[in-house]
Structures are given as structure tokens and as C-alpha cells.
Design a protein around this ligand. Structure first.
Ligand code: ADP
Length: 783
């Protein structure tokens, strides 16, 4: 077919190329030739020979057929041409179409690319969306999970809170309850739902609510948690003691939201503490009662032996009497130590150095030791290895206690041989270093025990003898402590079976010799002395002493009697015992000051060592001396007030200074009140506003003191400090100087030995503020 197509094309191309005439001739010739060939061929095949006619016929046939063929072919050519032209038109059209098609294709391509891009972007966006959705789903899931966990945790927490035996509650800033646990529900007798929205006033008794609200306010104002103790009552009337802790809480932006309260039932603890306190109080009371009882006859021995020493005696009698006197004094000091035992435990032992004549002190030791050695059949000697300074300042009682302990140990642990005490001194400028050595020939101390014997209650365990059976193991521990306080040292060397040597070295300042020289007795006048003393023996001793000095004594044996028979104008001096059966000497003194304008000097007689005379002056006395009375002390106090006695100075004169106390109580005022501030304040605004302030102070103080005490029990230093601070401020504003000073110490935890003393200070504030307020009121009443 393709061949025919090509052949036809060939003919057409030839026709076009040759033109119709030439092509017709060529075609005629071709056709004639073809006809001749076909005729000759066929005739030859059929007949075996060819005739001319056959050739003519063929030529003729060729010529005849040619026009038809030409016509036919030209028609074909025309048609072909026509179709060619149509075709070429079509082709060009097709080309156009193709071009357009190409353009369209390009456009399409572009669009497709754009589309692809878009699709890609969409796919990406879709993926992002899917990721976002996934994330969101995860987040939602997480959130749900967290919520579930949170809910579980909340339930758990709630169970914990409810299971807690402690009270737990929360209150909003306006004081309204916003939640609580089961323990709190039980305490208040209200369900949480009922409690929410109520205030402490709706829930507790008035007193409790007051404390709750006051402590709430304190928490809010100080922005600090607070611990205090409080009795709370169950609906059935049971009262339990709680340690309450209030903690403020805030929003993230620091907005104050309210407080969380916790309450721990410490009733048992409280009971236990109270029974301990009671036991300790009872023990202290017991010891002081016993000691007081013992000291009374002892004072008799001291007083009377001293009086006997002033009488005519043989040398031996004098030595013995001295021994009796000193032994009784030492025994008295030991009783003091027993009372001070708890002070020792709390490291409160104090020294009160006074000037002494060292030689007298050594002589006294010698005389006691010699007597004791004599009783035990031991040799004794006291050697002064160097010259001794005349006077030193030392707490003679405590030094005597140390040496006495060493010497009596030496004699206790020595059966044969003796004891040698040697004393030596080195003086440098105003300071003396005194060494005492106590050497014995006794049982000695094993090397392994040497460092242990200074421990409290320690005694060497020895099977050989029963010498250790007598003793307490306290002496050396106390001695070591005392020597340390005297800036000294105590040391021991010993050989078992051969004896021991104890060495004590102390540092003491030299004393002013003048102050030690015997003072001339100035009083010549016979005084009328009023003495308040309840113990018969003490009365006897004191009367004997005072009367021997030429004075006349009137005695009252109870507080009541002292108030009834006393007439100030009849007496030149009053001696007041502190401890009387019905009241204290201070109470009598204050009573006198309230009732009488002019009073003779009031002198306290105390069985205790006087550590600080100021205490007595602050509490209404003009002076104080220790029992048993010594001639020197009595003379000293009489001389001190002699000028006033002789010139009959009107003691009401308020211009007298602090060291010469006046009897209208100015001394108390000076010690207790900030007179400068009060005078200037009253000078400006008059007394009434101050009286109002005092009234307010009186209302506020019980609360402050309660919180202070509860904080002390709770050992909440911050609480103590903050409450003491309030008290200091309040006391200062009404001029209560004394209370202000104690509160100042209490609010300063940096004060040395703060924790050892704080209980005493709190106690002092608690016990004394009312008295001070009374003094202040009295002072104000004269304005
Ligand atoms: P106490 O003598 O009351 O037992 P101390 O504290 O004075 O208590 O002494 C503690 C212990 O040291 C004594 O029990 C004794 O074992 C030992 N001790 C003290 N001094 C001597 C001494 N001079 N010779 C032998 N042992 C001594």
C-alpha cells in the first residue's frame, strides 16, 4: 500500500514537473510500449509468432488509451493537488494548532508546576496541620492525664490531710475559714461545709478567738509564720493543749491570700513537762527548805562563835572557836552551792570577787586543816614558799571551797603520813599569780584514772579499801570549773600507793591595801533598831550582836506584826528579813513606803549571798546585808546612814541622788521608770493621756505576756524576739524603763548567753510588770 502510495506520488510529482503535454506524450509512449510488450508476449505464447497487425493493434491501443489515462491521471492529480493543498492548509493549521498546543502545553506545564507547588504546599500545610492536630491531641491527652493525675493527687492529698491527727485549716485574709481537715471538723464539731464562711468568733470561745485573731494579725503584719500554744475545747468539753503554727500564704504576685493553720495536740507533752517542772520545783523547794532549815542553826553557830571570838579566850580556845566559826561559814557556803546546783548545771555559777587579806585567808585554811589532820592523826604543815601579796581580789568563798575540797580529799585518802600545803605567789604589776599545792602520802591515783577524776560524779573504783565509799564525785568537777572561772588551772600528779599532789594556780588582781585596813568604828550613838525576823535563833544572834554594840532592838516576828507595831518616828533603822511566814521583806518595805512619807533606812537581811545589791534597791530597800550579821557589816551600814540619822535629814527630800536613796520611793522611781521621758511628756500634754496609755498597756500586756510565754514553751526564738520587741515598745511608750530594759535583752538573741537567760527574763517580765505599773501609777498620781 505504501508502495502504491509512493508510486502515485511519484506520478503526480512527475506530472507536475513535466507539465501535462510532455507527460501525456511520455505516458502515450509508455502505454504503447507496454501494449506492444504485452501483445507480443501473449501472442508469442499463444501462437508462437507475432504478426505486424498485432504490433499495430497494440500501438493503436496505446494511442487510444492515452487520453483516457491522461485525463484520469490529471483528475487524480487535481484531486491530489487539491487534497495536497487542503492537506498543507491542514498541516499549517495543524502547525498553528501545534504551536498553540505547545503554548497551551507550556501554560499547562506551568500551571501543573504551580499546581504541584500548591499541592506540595498544601500537603505540607496538611502535614503541619496534622502535626498540630496530633500535638493538640497529645496536649489534650496530656492535659486530661494531668487532670486525672491531679485529681488523683488531690484525692490522695486530701486523704493525707484528713488522715492527719493534726488540725489543718485555711483561712482567707479576712479571717474567714475556707477549708479544714477531719481533725478540725472533730474539734469544732462542724463539717467543713459548715465551717467555710465562718470567722474564729463564730467557732471558738471569746478568749480563744481573741488569741486566734491576735496571732492571725501578727502573722499578717510580720509576714512570718508564728508558733504558739493554746488550749482548745472539743464540743464535748474536753480541753486539749495544742501547738499551733500559722503560716501566711501569698499568690504569685505577692498578694496576701490568707493563712494555713496547723495544730498539734501536745497535751501529753504539756502534762509531762508540767510534771517534770513540778518535780523540779518540788526538788528546788525541798532543797531550799532543807537548806534554809539547816542554815538557820548554822547562822546561830556562826553568829555566836563570832561573838565569842570577841570575848576573852585562851589561845587554844580562840583557835578552836575560829575553826568552829570558819567551818560553819564553809558549811553555809556548801548549802549555798546546793541551792546553786541547778545554776551550775546551767553554767550559771558566778564569782563575786572582793578584796581579802591573803595572809588571813591562808591562816584560816591552816587552822582548819591542822585541826582536821590532828583529828585523823596525820601530820600537817603549811609552807609559805614566797612572800605573799597583802591583799588580792578574789571570791574567797569559792577559793576556800576549792582548797577545802583538795585538803579534805588529801586527808580522806591518806591513812598514814601527812599532808603538806604550800603557797607561793608571783606578782607582776597589779596582777598576782597564786599557787597552792596540796601534797599527801595517801593511796594515790592510778595513771589511767588521772584525767577522769575531774569529771562530774566520777570516783576511782578501788577494791583495796573503802575510802571511796564516802564522797560524791562532785568536788573536783566543781573545783575545776571554779578555778577555770578564776583564770586559773588545776592539775594533779600521783603515784599509786605513794600519794598525790594537786596544784591550783589562780590569777587575781592586787587589792587596794587601804580598803583592807580595819575601819575605825565611827558610831557612838545608840540607835533604836526595828528588826523583822521570824526565826528565834536569828533574833537571838542579831539582838546579841546589836545590843553588844550599844543599840536597842525592837523585834517583830511576822509581816503582820511588822505592819502593826512599826512607827517610823520611833526608829533610826529597820532590818527586814526577806523570807517571812506571811509575806516578804519587800512587801513590808513597799507597804511602809506607801503609808509613811518619812522612813528610816530599810535594810534587807538576806540568807543568800548578795550578788547584786541593785536588785534589793530596785525592790524598795535602801541597802542589804547578809546573814549571819557580822559586826563589820552592821557597822558599815550604820556608818553609811549615820549622817542622815544625825542631822535628821528629812528623807523626803527628792533632790537626793541615786546612791543616797530617799524614802519616798524616788529610788524605785529612778530604777523602774524613765523619769526624764515621763516628766517631759507630762510637761507637754499633762498626765491624763499618759494615764490612758498606762490603762491600754495594762490591757495589752496579759496578751503579750501569754504569747511571749507560749513562744518560750514552743522555743520559738523568732516568736520570742518579736513579742519581746512589742513589749519593749509598749513599755518604752509609758516610761517603764525596767521592763523595757529586760525586753530589750529578750529581743536581742545576740546578747551573750541569751538562751540560758531568756526563761528568766520572760519570767521577770511576767512577774514584775504589774508591780512596775503600780509604781508608775503611784508616781502619776502625784502629778
Ligand atoms: P569525792 O571525793 O566526793 O569522791 P571528788 O570529785 O573530790 O569527789 O574526787 C573524785 C575522786 O578522785 C575521788 O573519789 C577519788 O577517787 C579521787 N581522788 C581525789 N583526790 C584524791 C587524793 N588526794 N588521793 C586519792 N584519790 C583522790
Amino acid at each position: 500500500m505504501k508502495l502504491i502510495k509512493n508510486l502515485a506520488q511519484y506520478y503526480v510529482d512527475l506530472l507536475v514537473k513535466l507539465g501535462i503535454l510532455r507527460f501525456s506524450i511520455l505516458l502515450a509512449l509508455a502505454l504503447v510500449a507496454l501494449a506492444v510488450v504485452v501483445q507480443v508476449g501473449i501472442t508469442m505464447a499463444l501462437t508462437g509468432h507475432v504478426d505486424n497487425i498485432d504490433i499495430v493493434r497494440s500501438v493503436f491501443f496505446g494511442i487510444l488509451i492515452t487520453p483516457w489515462a491522461v485525463y484520469f491521471l490529471s483528475v487524480v492529480v487535481d484531486q491530489l493537488e487539491e487534497s495536497r493543498q487542503r492537506l498543507s492548509k491542514l498541516v499549517s493549521k495543524l502547525k498553528d494548532m501545534r504551536t498553540r498546543d505547545q503554548e497551551l502545553n507550556r501554560e499547562l506545564q506551568d500551571n501543573i508546576e504551580r499546581l504541584n507547588q500548591e499541592i506540595q504546599e498544601r500537603i505540607k500545610a496538611e502535614e503541619a496541620r496534622k502535626v498540630a492536630i496530633r500535638d493538640l491531641e497529645n496536649e489534650v491527652f496530656e492535659r486530661e492525664r494531668t487532670q486525672v493525675e491531679l485529681a488523683e493527687r488531690t484525692v490522695l492529698l486530701r486523704s493525707f490531710i484528713d488522715a492527719s491527727p493534726d488540725l489543718i485549716y485555711y483561712r482567707k485574709a479576712n479571717g474567714v475559714f475556707s477549708g479544714c481537715n477531719k481533725a478540725m471538723e472533730t474539734l469544732t464539731g462542724k463539717s467543713e461545709r459548715q465551717l467555710v464562711g465562718l470567722t474564729p468568733w463564730d467557732v471558738y470561745s471569746k478568749e480563744v478567738a481573741q488569741q486566734v485573731v491576735a496571732t492571725d494579725q501578727e502573722v499578717f503584719s510580720s509576714n512570718q509564720s508564728l508558733t504558739y500554744e493554746q488550749w482548745l475545747q472539743y464540743p464535748d468539753g474536753r480541753k486539749h493543749f495544742f501547738e499551733m503554727r500559722k503560716v501566711p500564704f501569698y499568690s504569685k504576685d505577692g498578694h496576701h491570700l490568707g493563712l494555713v493553720g496547723f495544730g498539734r495536740d501536745i497535751t501529753e507533752r504539756k502534762r509531762h513537762e508540767e510534771s517534770l517542772e513540778r518535780a523540779s520545783r518540788e526538788k528546788t523547794t525541798f532543797i531550799s527548805t532543807i537548806s534554809h532549815e539547816l542554815r538557820t542553826p548554822l547562822n546561830g553557830i556562826v553568829g555566836l562563835s563570832r561573838m565569842l571570838l570577841d570575848s576573852r579566850l585562851s589561845d587554844e580556845q580562840r583557835r578552836h572557836m575560829q575553826t568552829i566559826n570558819v567551818s560553819a561559814i564553809t558549811l553555809g557556803n556548801i548549802f549555798n552551792d546546793i541551792i546553786d546546783m541547778d545554776k551550775f548545771d546551767r553554767r550559771k555559777l558566778e564569782l563575786f570577787p572582793v578584796p581579802i587579806i591573803l595572809n588571813d585567808f591562808v591562816n584560816e585554811m591552816e587552822s582548819i586543816s591542822a585541826l582536821m589532820a590532828q583529828q585523823k592523826g596525820l601530820r600537817f604543815s603549811l609552807d609559805r614558799l614566797t612572800d605573799l601579796p597583802f591583799g588580792i581580789e578574789v571570791d574567797a568563798t569559792r577559793l576556800r571551797q576549792v582548797l577545802w575540797n583538795l585538803i579534805s580529799n588529801a586527808m580522806k585518802f591518806t591513812k598514814e603520813g601527812g599532808v603538806v600545803v604550800s603557797v607561793s605567789a608571783e606578782v607582776e604589776d597589779t596582777q598576782a599569780s597564786i599557787m597552792f599545792q596540796v601534797e599527801d602520802t595517801g593511796i594515790g591515783i592510778p595513771k589511767s584514772e588521772l584525767d577522769k577524776i575531774f569529771a562530774m560524779y566520777y570516783q576511782v573504783k578501788s577494791s583495796k579499801d573503802n575510802l571511796h565509799a564516802v564522797g560524791t564525785g562532785i568536788g573536783l568537777a566543781v573545783s575545776a570549773q571554779l578555778v577555770k572561772m578564776m583564770n586559773g588551772d588545776i592539775d594533779v600528779s600521783s603515784e599509786e600507793g605513794y600519794g598525790s599532789t594537786f596544784t591550783v594556780t589562780i590569777q587575781a588582781p592586787l587589792a587596794d591595801e587601804q580598803s583592807l585596813l580595819p575601819k575605825p568604828v565611827k558610831t557612838t550613838r545608840s540607835l533604836n533598831i526595828f528588826m523583822v525576823e521570824d526565826i528565834e535563833l536569828n533574833v537571838t544572834v542579831a539582838c546579841a550582836l546589836l545590843e553588844s554594840l550599844g543599840h536597842k532592838v525592837t523585834v517583830a516576828m511576822t509581816g503582820k506584826e511588822a505592819q502593826a507595831i512599826f512607827k517610823p518616828e520611833q526608829f533610826d533603822m529597820v532590818f527586814l528579813d526577806i523570807q517571812l511566814p506571811d509575806m516578804t521583806g519587800f512587801e513590808i518595805a513597799n507597804h511602809y513606803r506607801e503609808v509613811y512619807a518619812n522612813l528610816p533606812p530599810l535594810v534587807a537581811l538576806t540568807a543568800n549571798a548578795i550578788s547584786n545589791k541593785k536588785d534589793y534597791l530596785e525592790r524598795g530597800m535602801d541597802d542589804a546585808i547578809s546573814k549571819p550579821l557580822s559586826v563589820e557589816a552592821v557597822q558599815e551600814v550604820i556608818v553609811k546612814f549615820e549622817n542622815e540619822l544625825e542631822s535628821e535629814v528629812v528623807m523626803k527630800d527628792t533632790s537626793s541622788n541615786e546612791s543616797t536613796p530617799s524614802v519616798d520611793g524616788k529610788d524605785i522611781y529612778v530604777h523602774l521608770l524613765d523619769l526624764e521621758m515621763l516628766e517631759s511628756y507630762i510637761g507637754i500634754v499633762g498626765p491624763d493621756p499618759m494615764k490612758e496609755s498606762v490603762k491600754m498597756f495594762e490591757e495589752l500586756m496579759p496578751g503579750y505576756v501569754d504569747v511571749l510565754t507560749s513562744n518560750l514553751t514552743a522555743k520559738d526564738q523568732k516568736g520570742i524576739v518579736s513579742e519581746a520587741h512589742k513589749i519593749k515598745g509598749a513599755a518604752g511608750s509609758v516610761g517603764l524603763k525596767h521592763i523595757q530594759q529586760i525586753a530589750q535583752k529578750a529581743q536581742t538573741p545576740d546578747t551573750p548567753a541569751w538562751s540560758e537567760n531568756i526563761a528568766d527574763w520572760v519570767e521577770e517580765i511576767k512577774n514584775e510588770y504589774q508591780h512596775d505599773v503600780q509604781v508608775l501609777k503611784e508616781w502619776l498620781s502625784h502629778r
